[in-house]
Design a protein around this ligand. Structure first.
Ligand SMILES: [Zn+2]
Length: 248
C-alpha cells in the first residue's frame, strides 16, 4: 500500500497547504480519503490523473474535506472524460449535502447527463467493514460538529492498514481508529492553546501512549502547529506535507 498526501492543510490553506486529501494505492486500485475544496489544485500540481481514482471516502461534511467533489465531478465529465464508475462514500447525509454543494457552486449541475456512472454510499459509523472500490473501509464516529456524523476512517487492502482521525477533539474513539494501523494520520490543528472541536499538540502528546499504530503522522496544521513541527518531530512523530509519499 502506498499513501500519498495530496492535501495536509487546515481549512484556510495555512502554510500554502491544500485542504485535506490522501491518496491510497494498492494492487486492487486507488481510493481517496477526503477531497477538500482545494484538493483538485494540489492533485494537478502533483501531476496525477483523476482517471486513476476508483472511489472516495469522506470523513465528514466540512468544505475543507468534501467541497472539492463538485469540481472533481465536472473535471471527470469535461476534462479527463471519465467513463468508468466512481463511488463516493461517507457519513449519513452525504448525498443531500453533496447535491446542495453542487447546486450552490454550479447551478443546474445535478441535472447533467453524466458520461460516467457515479454513486453515493452512506456508511453508518461503527458498522461492518464496507467494500469501497476494492478496499475494506470502516468508519468510527468522532467528536466534530458538521451537520452530520463526523468519522475517523480505517482503510485496509488486506495486507496493510491506513487510518485517519478525521477532524475531532480528543475522543476515546481515536485509539480504536489507530489500533494496529501501519500509518495513523492524526489531525493536530493547534499548539498554542486548546481549539474547540480539534486536537492540539499538548493534548495529542499527553495521549500518545494510547495510540497503538506503527507510525503516527500529524496533519491539518494551523499556524501554531506548523510552528511546533520541530517539537512534534522530536517526539518521534512524522509530519504530513503535500506530495509526501508513504510506502507501507
Ligand atoms: Zn472539520
Amino acid at each position: 500500500m502506498k499513501v500519498t498526501v495530496v492535501g495536509s492543510g487546515d481549512a484556510f490553506g495555512t502554510g500554502g497547504r491544500s485542504n485535506t486529501c490522501f491518496r491510497v494505492d494498492s494492487d486492487g486500485g486507488t481510493l481517496l480519503v477526503d477531497f477538500g475544496a482545494s484538493a483538485l489544485v494540489s492533485w494537478n500540481r502533483l501531476g496525477m490523473s483523476t482517471l486513476d481514482i476508483g472511489g472516495i471516502v469522506i470523513s465528514h461534511l466540512h468544505g475543507d474535506h468534501f467541497a472539492g467533489l463538485p469540481f472533481l465531478l465536472l473535471e471527470s465529465q469535461f476534462v479527463s472524460e471519465r467513463r468508468k464508475p466512481l463511488v463516493i462514500a461517507g457519513p449519513p447525509g452525504l448525498h443531500t449535502r453533496l447535491e446542495m454543494a453542487c447546486e450552490v457552486l454550479f447551478p443546474g449541475m445535478t441535472g447533467n447527463r453524466w458520461a460516467f456512472p457515479w454513486s453515493v454510499v452512506e456508511i453508518d459509523p461503527g458498522g461492518k467493514d464496507r467494500d469501497i472500490a476494492g478496499f475494506s473501509v470502516r468508519t468510527i464516529e468522532v467528536r466534530h460538529p458538521s451537520g452530520a456524523p463526523a468519522t475517523g476512517i480505517r482503510v485496509s487492502d488486506g495486507k496493510k492498514l491506513f487510518a485517519y482521525s478525521g477532524d475531532t477533539s480528543w475522543t476515546a474513539s481515536l485509539p480504536a481508529i489507530a489500533q494496529d494501523a501501519d500509518l495513523f494520520m492524526c489531525e493536530c490543528y493547534g499548539a498554542a492553546h486548546p481549539i474547540p472541536n480539534h486536537i492540539d499538540w499538548p493534548n495529542l502528546r499527553a495521549n500518545l501512549s494510547s495510540l497503538k499504530a506503527k507510525r503516527i503522522c500529524v496533519t491539518h496544521m494551523g499556524r501554531s502547529a506548523l510552528d511546533a513541527i520541530p517539537e512534534i518531530k522530536a517526539a518521534g512523530l512524522m509530519v504530513a506535507e503535500d506530495g509526501k509519499v508513504f510506502d507501507l
